[in-house]
Design a protein around this ligand. Structure first.
Ligand code: DOR
Ligand code: ZN
Ligand code: ZN
Length: 424
């Protein structure tokens, strides 16, 4: 099987290069000019080719919450968003806390056959924070990390044991950082806008305390950890300082934390409700700084699809989360690259090479011999976000009506076109 991409601007590790790219048997066989091929040809004049995007933090909801999303709809949304690999969180029903559920997800994703789906096993059984899940068996079945995402493991000794086990098995703990007692039912950031709206706030400290605790554990034990969805300026500072001491900590953030502030909660639109909450301008700017200087290693969506009925209720009762797969690239391109904050090469690293490295996945780079996972984008195309058009079952986006730049034109996985943008 051959595929030739002609006249593209390739986004490589160390810069952009205009070239043709030939794919044979699922791998990039040649990069050069004037290449020919008797197979399929894509003319990518005016378009950019990125190493296939990787999202290491997605909620696919299957098994158990298929009304919100399932592996098939989530896969369709992922390739439409330019993703060639995603990792899915274990807060399903049953929780992905054993090898059987890990295998089920892998098999189902393979049947759907659109992209690579890597399950994440839970840290504790049922995500209940007490007894550890069987890390080794889940890893053997294909889990790439462990996390109790959706919750923090509140018991520090359990978290210690989890980190030691994970490190022993050569995988990482992905830490959702939230001191649930301090959150105390808060639904938005605690500050001016929580006072204005009367919505119950949650302090930055509720997140920061757990970031600091997990870093303390990792540092004391000498094991690596990864911090999920950083939203606070102070969290960025804690991670920066840990990295400067040589602690093996990596961290992610999401488009909503660098594109939004909590001013949007004054609309009372429940699509703005997410955990951790979007915060203030000071935080938004610090998140961008963290991405620029390498304190934050990658951009994830925390794609959290919910059904309309989970959101069509008063703010306090609505589900936390945003449907993110289909807007992540455009929001990241628009708010970070088009705005002049970071170069495209850096964005490509944040959305592909770095997550691949953090989880030891095959991918993340365009070079001869590499796996042919590629995302072809048109950076000049301007479009307007409309959640109703998402392929995800989760239409819950706070970005409706936002004008963004950068459309995904093709998503190529193992050399096969898995998504082609057919336009309006
Ligand atoms: O907003 C969120 N939604 N944050 C989480 O931690 C969990 C997620 C979900 O599963 O809906
Ligand atoms: Zn989380
Ligand atoms: Zn999550």
């Amino acid at each position: 099987m051959k595929l030739l991409i002609k006249n593209a601007t390739l986004v490589l590790k160390d810069g952009e290069r205009k070239a043709d790219l030939l794919i044979e048997n699922g791998r990039i066989s040649k990069i050069g000019s004037g290449l020919n091929c008797e197979g399929k040809v894509i003319d990518a004049t005016g378009k950019h080719v990125l190493a296939g995007l990787i999202d290491m933090h997605v909620h696919l909801r299957e098994p158990g919450f298929e009304g919100k999303e399932d592996i098939e709809s989530g896969s369709k949304a992922a390739v439409a968003g330019g993703f060639t690999q995603i990792c899915c969180m274990p807060n399903t029903n049953p929780v992905c806390d054993n090898a059987v559920v890990v295998s089920y997800i892998k098999n189902r994703a393979q049947q759907v056959g659109l992209l690579k789906v890597h399950p994440i096993g839970s840290i504790t059984k049922g995500e209940e924070g007490a007894a550890l899940s069987e890390t080794g068996k889940m890893k053997e079945a294909g889990a790439v990390a462990i996390s109790d995402d959706g919750k923090s493991v509140m018991d520090s000794n359990i978290m210690r044991l989890a980190m030691e086990y994970a490190s022993g098995f050569g995988i990482k703990c992905l830490c959702h950082c939230e001191d649930i007692n301090l959150v105390d039912g808060g639904v938005v950031n605690e500050g001016y806008n929580s006072t204005l709206t009367g919505l119950k706030g949650s302090l930055r400290a509720a997140e920061d305390i757990m970031i600091a605790r997990d870093i303390c554990l990792a540092e004391s034990l000498g094991v690596p950890i990864h911090i999920c969805h950083v939203s606070t300026y102070s969290g960025v500072e804690i991670i920066r300082s840990a990295k400067s001491r040589g602690v093996e900590v990596t961290a992610e953030t999401c488009p909503h934390y660098f594109a939004l502030t909590d001013d949007i909660i004054t609309t009372f639109d429940t699509n703005t409700k997410v955990n951790p909450p979007v915060r203030e301008e000071r935080d938004r700017l610090a998140i961008i700084e963290g991405l620029k200087d390498g304190t934050l290693d990658c951009i994830v969506t925390d794609h959290a699809p919910h059904s309309a009925k989970d959101k069509a209720v008063e703010y306090n009762l609505a589900a936390f989360g945003m449907s993110g797969l289909e807007t992540s690239f455009a929001l990241s391109y628009t708010y970070l690259v088009k705005s002049g904050k970071i170069p495209l090469v850096k964005l490509s690293k944040l959305m592909s090479a770095n997550p691949a490295q953090i989880l030891d996945l095959d991918g993340g780079e365009i070079k001869e011999g590499a796996v042919a996972d590629l995302t072809v984008v048109d950076l000049n195309k301007k479009w307007t976000v409309n959640g109703e058009k998402f392929l995800s079952k989760g239409k819950n986006t706070p970005f409706n009506g936002y004008e963004v730049y950068g459309s995904v034109e093709y998503t190529i996985v193992d050399g096969a076109v898995k998504y082609k943008n057919k336009g309006e």
